[in-house]
Design a protein around this ligand. Structure first.
Ligand code: AVI
Length: 342
C-alpha cells in the first residue's frame, strides 16, 4: 500500500526509524547482506543505499540501455580507445611473448573485450580469456557470444567473488587484469584503495592491471550522462526501491520519490539521489522497522568519481603499482591506464 499519501495525514514521526511490533523480533541481518545495508543506510543521516544493489535482473537491463544512451559517453569512448589502441595496450600491459591470462573483473556483455582479444590474437599474442563475475547467467551469455564470434579464443570463466576465485598464477604466464567501465569510480576513495591493494596482492611483478577511468571534463557533459531526458537513469535509480519492496517486504511507492543527479566539479563527483516527494513512512516486513522521510529528504544512492591524472598516479602508487601508459581520449576525457605490478 502506498504510505506516502497516507503519511500526509499522520502526525510527524518523532524518530526517523521506528520499531514496529512484529509477532517475533526480526533477527539482526548479517553484515554484507541487502537487509543489513538497507537497515544501516536508511537509519543513517543522510540516508544512503549502496549502488551495488542496482544490478538485479531489471537493473542490469536498464544499465544496458544506459550504455546505449547518446548522453552516456563513457561506454562509447572506452570502446573506441580499446579498439584504436589495442596493440599499444598489448605492448604496455604484456611486453614480450609470454602467454597471457586476461582476467576481466566484472564481465558485462563482453563486446569491448571481444574487440581487444581479436586485436591481440591478430598481433600474435597467446591468450586465454578469463571473465570473472558473480552472475553465472552473465558468464554463460558471454561464453556463448565469444564462442560464436571468436572461436579461436580459449575462454575459461570464473564465477564468484573476484578475490576468492582469482586463479593461481602459473610460472610461465603473465596475468593482465582488466577493470573497465570506470567501475572504480563507484567506490569511495577508501574502497578504491582497498580494492587496488587487493588486486596488487594477487599479481606478481611483471603482471599488470588495466583501468578504464572517466576523467574530469565540462560539468554539463558529466551531468547529462546521469540525467538523461529519456528517463532511463531515473528508472534505474528508482528500481532500487522496487528491489527493496520485493526482497525486504517494503512498501515504497516509487512514484513518491524522484531521481536527482548532481555533479560537483570541485570534487569531480557525480552523485545520484532519490528525493522523497512528501512526508512519508515506509515499512519493512523483513526488518520489522519503519523509516520516516521528510518531504525533500534524499537517499544517496550512487557516486561516480571523475579522475585526473595526478590523483590516479598517487592512488595507484599508494597501492603498490607503478603507473605505465596513460591512453586518453582528449575530446571526451577518458583514460585507459596501465598499472604495473613491480
Ligand atoms: C557502472 N558505473 C560505472 C556507472 C557510472 O557511470 O557510475 C553506473 C551508472 N549509474 C548511472 N548511470 C550509469
Amino acid at each position: 500500500m502506498n504510505r506516502a499519501r497516507q503519511a500526509l495525514r499522520q502526525p510527524v514521526a518523532a524518530m526517523h526509524r521506528v520499531r514496529e511490533a512484529p509477532a517475533q523480533p526480526a533477527p539482526a541481518p548479517l553484515p554484507g547482506t541487502l537487509a543489513h545495508d538497507a537497515l544501516t543506510g536508511l537509519s543513517a543521516q543522510p540516508k544512503r543505499l549502496p549502488s551495488k544493489y542496482f544490478y538485479d535482473t531489471r537493473g542490469s537491463r536498464l544499465f544496458e540501455q544506459i550504455m546505449r544512451l547518446p548522453g552516456y559517453y563513457p561506454t562509447r569512448v572506452e570502446a573506441a580507445l580499446l579498439r584504436t589502441h589495442a596493440e599499444a595496450l598489448l605492448a604496455e600491459a604484456a611486453p614480450g611473448d609470454a602467454p597471457i591470462e586476461l582476467l576481466e573483473l566484472g564481465c558485462g556483455d563482453g563486446s569491448k573485450t571481444l574487440t581487444l582479444c581479436r586485436a591481440w590474437l591478430k598481433a600474435g599474442a597467446t591468450l586465454v580469456y578469463r571473465p570473472m563475475d558473480i552472475s553465472p547467467q552473465a558468464l554463460d551469455r558471454l561464453g556463448a557470444r565469444m564462442a560464436r564470434q571468436l572461436p579461436l579464443l580459449p575462454v575459461r570463466p570464473l564465477c564468484g567473488d573476484y578475490f576468492q576465485t582469482w586463479p593461481i598464477p602459473q610460472a610461465h604466464r603473465r596475468q593482465v587484469a582488466l577493470f573497465l567501465g570506470s567501475n572504480l569510480g563507484n567506490f569511495t576513495d577508501a574502497e578504491a584503495h582497498r580494492f587496488l591493494r587487493r588486486v596488487r596482492v594477487h599479481l606478481r611483478p611483471g603482471d599488470s592491471l588495466v583501468l578504464g577511468l572517466d576523467l574530469r571534463k565540462d560539468p554539463h557533459t558529466v551531468l547529462a550522462a546521469y540525467d538523461d531526458p529519456e528517463g532511463v537513469t531515473a528508472a534505474f535509480n528508482l528500481n532500487l526501491l522496487t528491489r527493496l519492496n520485493r526482497e525486504l517486504g517494503m512498501d515504497f511507492a516509487p512514484e513518491a520519490f524522484r531521481h536527482y543527479a548532481s555533479y560537483c566539479p570541485l570534487q569531480g563527483v557525480a552523485r545520484s539521489y532519490l528525493v522523497s516527494q512528501a512526508q512519508q513512512t515506509v515499512h519493512s516486513r523483513v526488518l520489522g522497522l519503519a523509516f520516516h522521510f521528510e518531504a525533500g529528504e534524499v537517499i544517496h544512492t550512487e557516486q561516480s568519481q571523475k579522475y585526473e591524472r595526478a590523483g590516479v598516479q598517487a592512488m595507484v602508487e599508494a597501492c603498490g603499482f607503478a603507473m605505465g601508459a596513460w591512453i586518453e581520449d582528449r575530446a571526451l576525457p577518458y583514460a585507459l591506464v596501465v598499472c604495473r605490478a613491480e
